[in-house]
Design a protein around this ligand. Structure first.
Ligand code: NAD
Length: 254
């Protein structure tokens, strides 16, 4: 690879990339960005929409797998299908995530368990199940979708903030333990990104107030996150592991 060829460094031809929660929002933008670079996508999500999107992506051989990553055994089943149908895995993007909003003193037990099961346990089990395939690909990458909520407090987000902070801890340990297998593990921490999840959580005045606290004065777009995921997953970023790339328009620096 020529040291200064962006085309070569960002080329994903022949690479298999799995995106959880790939049927909408940021996950869909990530899938589109990888497909544009020639990757073969595996989209994992709870609904049949992953099949439809996999068919609609540019390029051939994309796969949709319906699975609930919060259910024990489902990440392993999904990875068995990847092995069988694709024979390899180069990149895992742990993107699926959920939230519930309530003041901490009133936070519901079921909501807490559900959020931890998807955002944290599901992501860990996906990484653990992906490990042998990523190791065998000779340079696998994991990109964990954390959030600015991992490092700063957001009102009514106690379970969400806790789960995303946990994700950074997990990123550190996996990066340290799996570097010797050639696997790089990183996190991305966006501010509010204009998706379904965000439109619900940040509707009305609460959203306008949030924008006033972001030095850039606006929310991020899904494409701005997707391009960073592609960079962190491609050959140009091979020396980066354990990093948390903050994409927050300056929210956490003030
Ligand atoms: N939108 C934001 O403002 C924002 C900001 C920072 C971080 N994030 C993170 O980015 C990621 C994507 O968020 P988004 O805004 O695109 O949300 P979204 O709700 O549009 O998409 C989340 C996806 O995850 C899937 N999903 C949820 N639970 C699942 C499960 N148990 N098994 C499989 N798939 C499941 C959903 O079906 C959906 O496709 C999340 O991890 C979120 O926490 C979002």
């Amino acid at each position: 690879m020529s040291a200064y060829s962006f085309e070569e460094a960002f080329d994903m031809t022949g690479k298999v990339v799995l995106v959880t929660g790939g049927a909408g929002g940021i996950g869909e933008a990530i899938a589109m960005a990888f497909a544009a670079r020639g990757a073969r996508l595996v989209l994992v999500g709870r609904s049949d929409r992953v099949m439809k999107l996999a068919e609609a992506l540019p390029g051939a051989g994309h796969l949709g797998i319906t699975a609930d990553i919060s259910v024990r055994g489902e990440p392993e089943r999904a990875m068995d299908l990847v092995r069988e149908r694709c024979g390899r895995l180069d990149v895992l993007v742990n993107n699926a995530g959920i939230s519930a909003l309530e003041w901490a003193e009133k936070f519901d037990d079921d909501d807490w368990d559900r959020i931890m099961a998807v955002n944290l346990s599901g992501a860990f089990r996906m990484a653990r199940a992906a490990f042998p395939l990523l190791r065998d690909s000779g340079g696998g990458r994991i990109v964990n979708m954390a959030s600015q909520a991992a490092t700063v407090a957001l009102e009514k987000h106690v379970a969400y903030c806790t789960s995303k902070a946990g994700m950074l801890g997990m990123t550190n340990v996996l990066a340290a333990e799996w570097a010797k297998y050639g696997i790089g593990v990183v996190a991305i921490s966006p501010t509010v990104v204009e998706t379904e999840l965000a439109r619900w959580a940040w509707a009305g005045e609460v959203g306008e107030a949030m924008k006033r606290k972001i030095p850039m004065g606006r929310f991020a777009q899904p494409e701005e996150i997707a391009m960073a995921v592609v960079y962190l997953a491609c050959g140009a970023a091979n020396m980066i592991t354990g990093a948390n790339l903050v994409i927050d328009g300056g929210y956490t620096v003030i």
